[in-house]
Design a protein around this ligand. Structure first.
Ligand SMILES: [Zn+2]
Ligand SMILES: [Zn+2]
Ligand SMILES: [Zn+2]
Ligand SMILES: [Zn+2]
Length: 310
């Protein structure tokens, strides 16, 4: 569709205005591949939003198929291109050989097209600028985590994953309280992992005991958050025969996030782990005894100090 579609008329009690072509374009008929978005009128206040169905191909670069992001370019024949594609083609349209020029009108309407977050189905209520949706996806707190059981494709936010793992795959789940010491006796049959649930199951952690060592990760897609988590985890070494003192080996560090609660994924996300000495005494009943304590830390705002604990 060429630019210059049907003008949309938006009425509200406060204002009666007609949007210009550059503010938004509305496709009249439904098409396959059409997407629902919210176009914000960036004309005079008050701001009015309407829901429109949009041909997605108009929002993507025809050369690389990625979302068109300002600065947008077009040739005389109105063939659009994103900035990187225009540069890659020496500023000449590969379709008609015309020189590219900046299209500031396109910049304006692209920044006004908003869509629901792709994680809406997992509880995210954000609406995001279409061409910036990839940025939001990286920080969306509702990004789903994946079930690690072979052949199971379950995806869901941490509370749903907890229920799924407990009910469908009979994973044991241990409830924890921030700031309290938990003693866990891990058995070989647990395959070196134990699911820990905090805040009534809203937050999930995974304790893993692999051959390399012991580690705690948070089960969550990596996302920006108000707080962060810190974990102390330790094991007792044998009593020193000279001093009679029982040494401990301890790790105290930030908890990394991992979207798949498996031993391999947890060990692979970076961050520290506790190497376990080979002479750690086995408890009665076998396995290994691990003690840990998780604390939730609140990010320090520039204006607020000292650090407060939740
Ligand atoms: Zn492109
Ligand atoms: Zn062209
Ligand atoms: Zn989101
Ligand atoms: Zn599953």
């Amino acid at each position: 569709m060429a630019r210059g579609g049907k003008k949309a008329r938006v009425e509200s009690p406060a204002a009666d205005m007609t949007l210009g072509e550059d503010d938004l374009q509305v496709k009249e008929e439904e098409e396959t591949g059409a997407m629902v978005g919210v176009a914000a009128a960036n004309a005079a206040a008050p701001r009015v939003e309407i829901v429109v169905e949009f041909d997605k191909s108009l929002l993507d670069c025809p050369l690389c198929s990625l979302p068109l992001k300002p600065p947008v370019f077009q040739c005389r024949a109105k063939h659009a291109a994103c900035g990187p594609c225009a540069a890659n083609h020496a500023n000449k349209c590969p379709a008609c050989d015309g020189a590219y020029e900046r299209d500031e009108g396109a910049d304006r309407y692209l920044l006004a097209v908003r869509v629901p977050c792709p994680n809406q189905a997992y509880g995210c209520g954000s609406s995001v600028v279409y061409c910036m949706a990839g940025d939001h996806r990286l920080v969306c707190p509702h990004a789903p985590c994946r079930c690690p059981e072979p052949g199971c494709g379950f995806l869901g936010p941490p509370p749903a994953l907890r229920g799924h793992l407990a009910e469908r795959h009979a994973w044991p789940v241990t409830d924890i309280t921030y700031g309290s010491v938990l003693e866990v006796q891990m058995q070989a049959v647990e395959q070196g992992r134990r699911l820990l649930a905090a805040e009534d199951g809203e937050r999930l952690f995974l304790l893993v005991a692999s051959e390399r060592g012991v580690k705690v990760v948070r089960v969550a897609a990596p996302a920006e958050e108000e707080g962060w988590y810190r974990c102390k985890v330790w094991v007792h070494a044998p009593v020193d025969t000279d001093t009679g003192h029982m040494d401990v080996q301890m790790l105290d560090g930030k908890v990394e996030s991992c979207a798949v609660p498996s031993v391999e994924a947890a060990m692979g996300v970076g961050g520290r782990y506790l190497p376990v000495p080979s002479d750690v005494p086995a408890p009665e009943g076998g396995g290994i005894v691990i003690r840990l304590r998780i604390d939730k830390e609140v990010k320090v705002r520039a204006s607020r100090s000292p650090r407060s604990r939740a």
